[in-house]
Design a protein around this ligand. Structure first.
Ligand code: NAD
Length: 484
């Protein structure tokens, strides 16, 4: 059931822009109904956005860095004033609960404000007396037009992670949200502009990956692509960016392990596992995707996680009391269900879920029950592939060395966590696990203060932290001879 009006689909040069491509349906994952059509972006639309960003660059990059921060800060406050409008919009197009939508958008605004703060604190490098009367100065210059390609699981935070350091560093941005979650991003751009961000500094073109996404990644006036998404598409983007030696950062898939030792606070660890796996209906890059628990405490931990999974209230994201919403698309749900089925066909025990809910009110939505599988084979899909949904495998391990070995037996290296009261073991885990983040006795929270980025097939480059600026600037060494 398509609706009659097709929305314009792009925000370029401080105004709505009507894309020229085929309409893309926007579906409510809670009931499978199309509630909007959005015109898809073509290479021409992407070019219009890039040209706008290019025109805006000269003036924006010439502002004092603190002035850019001040402008972005005011604009971010304007977005914040519209939180109550954005939250249901995000729930409707993405599927997540209203609570998760509030957490997400609040975090997106926090990230903007974090870099606003850093705009007052950025210091440069100066080396006096390289030779008598000669000083060395390292300048940081913005890159130019940055393309930001973002997936559907956290449309606003994953955008802010790129937008904030890019803009504060003096770049201008063209973002391409996922074709299935365009609305919140378009409104976000409009609100930032209304709040004072100059026209052209931030533009959005919605559309499919192979059309608008690759047009952005191959545009000769784009100097960098900041990409978040799956590993196969990230590899494709990296290859596209080779032409013209574009800068690239890639935040890709993950299969984060959690190790629970016998001396851990078991109740807290089980809570963190359940929260880490089922938050956002399991559709998070950083999520607890594999649990390795010491044999001596395994039964207690498995029981605790399974009980939590079975008690989670699954329902529409906009319904009171819902703790876990639907998956984002039917295809995503079928993918996860298929991974669980193929795994169970190889072995392991189903401890919870493994099916769609039987509530007839949820029959048209893309729901899947919180699922726990115990001791599946280590080469089964739930061990070897990224599971991007609410299904958790748990394995018993005999000791710490086996846990570390299993944790590292993955092509991915995004996040990881360890639960133990033994400081030496915690330190060992932090050193030995091959991943960009290790949480010790902590749930999987991402801090703006710390650099974040995957090892191995989980990506390249960093977001967050002051380090993010390194990926949105070029450094230049200046030698200044002031003596005679
Ligand atoms: P995806 O790779 O299919 O799509 C991501 C974005 O890329 C979308 O905007 C899409 O339209 C675009 N795209 C697709 N093909 C393209 C192409 N050929 N050229 C240019 N753009 C293209 O990913 P998805 O399925 O939407 O998102 C889920 C994946 O994202 C998971 O693997 C997840 O782990 C990963 N992810 C990673 C992080 C992180 O920070 N590491 C965060 C969130 C999600």
């Amino acid at each position: 059931m398509a609706i009659s009006t097709t929305l314009a689909g792009a925000y370029i040069d401080g105004a709505e822009h009507r894309n020229t491509g085929d309409p893309l349906p926007v579906t409510n994952p809670a009931d499978g109904r199309v509630f909007a059509d959005v015109a898809g972006g073509t290479a021409d639309d992407v070019d219009a956005a890039v040209q706008s960003a290019k025109r805006a660059f000269a003036e924006w990059s010439a502002l004092a860095v603190s002035k850019r921060g001040e402008i972005l800060g005011k604009a971010a406050h304007h977005v914040e004033a519209h939180l109550d409008e954005l939250i249901p919009m995000l729930t409707r197009e993405q599927g997540k609960t209203l609570r998760d939508a509030r957490i997400e958008i609040t975090k997106a605004i926090d990230t903007l404000m974090h870099y606003v703060g850093l705009s007052k604190a950025l210091r440069g490098a100066h080396t006096p007396n390289l030779d008598p009367g000669v000083d060395g100065i390292v300048l940081r210059r913005p890159l130019g037009v940055v393309g930001a390609i973002v997936p559907w699981n956290f449309p606003t935070t994953l955008l802010s992670n790129k937008l904030a350091p890019a803009l504060v560093a003096g770049n201008t941005v063209v973002a391409k949200p996922a074709g299935t979650t365009p609305l919140t991003t378009l409104r976000f751009a409009e609100l930032l502009h209304e709040g004072g961000l100059p026209a052209g500094v931030f533009n959005v073109v919605t559309g499919g990956g192979s059309m608008a996404g690759s047009a952005l990644a191959t545009h000769s006036d784009v100097r960098k692509i900041a990409f978040t998404g799956s590993t196969p598409v990230g590899e494709e983007i990296m290859a596209l960016c080779a032409k013209g030696t574009k800068r690239v950062t890639l935040e890709l898939g993950g299969s984060d392990p959690m190790i629970i030792c016998e001396d851990a606070d078991l109740a807290a660890a089980a809570s963190a596992a359940s929260m880490g796996r089922f938050y956002n209906c399991g559709q998070a890059c950083l999520a607890i995707k594999r649990v390795y628990v010491f044999e001596s405490v395994a039964d207690e931990v498995i029981q605790a996680i399974t009980t939590k999974a079975m008690r989670l209230r699954v329902g529409r994201g906009d319904a009171e009391g819902t703790q876990m919403g639907p998956l984002h698309t039917a295809a995503q749900r079928d993918e996860v269900a298929g991974q669980v089925e193929r795994t169970l066909a190889m072995g392991g025990t189903l401890a919870a879920g493994g099916a769609r809910p039987d509530d007839p009110d949820l029959a048209d939505g893309f729901f899947y029950l919180p699922t726990v599988v115990v001791d599946p084979p280590h080469d089964s899909p739930m061990a070897a592939e990224e599971v991007f949904g609410p299904a958790l495998p748990i394995w018993r391990v005999k000791d710490f060395d086996e846990a570390i070995e299993r944790a590292n037996a993955s092509q991915y290296g995004l996040g990881s966590s360890v639960w133990t009261r033994d400081l030496h073991r915690a330190r060992q885990a932090a050193e030995r696990i091959e991943a960009g983040y290790t949480w010790i006795n902590s749930r999987t929270k991402v801090y703006d203060e710390l650099p974040f980025g995957g090892w191995k097939s989980s990506g390249y480059g960093k977001e967050h932290g002051e380090e993010a600026f390194d990926y949105y600037t070029e450094s230049k060494s200046v030698v200044l001879r002031s003596g005679t």
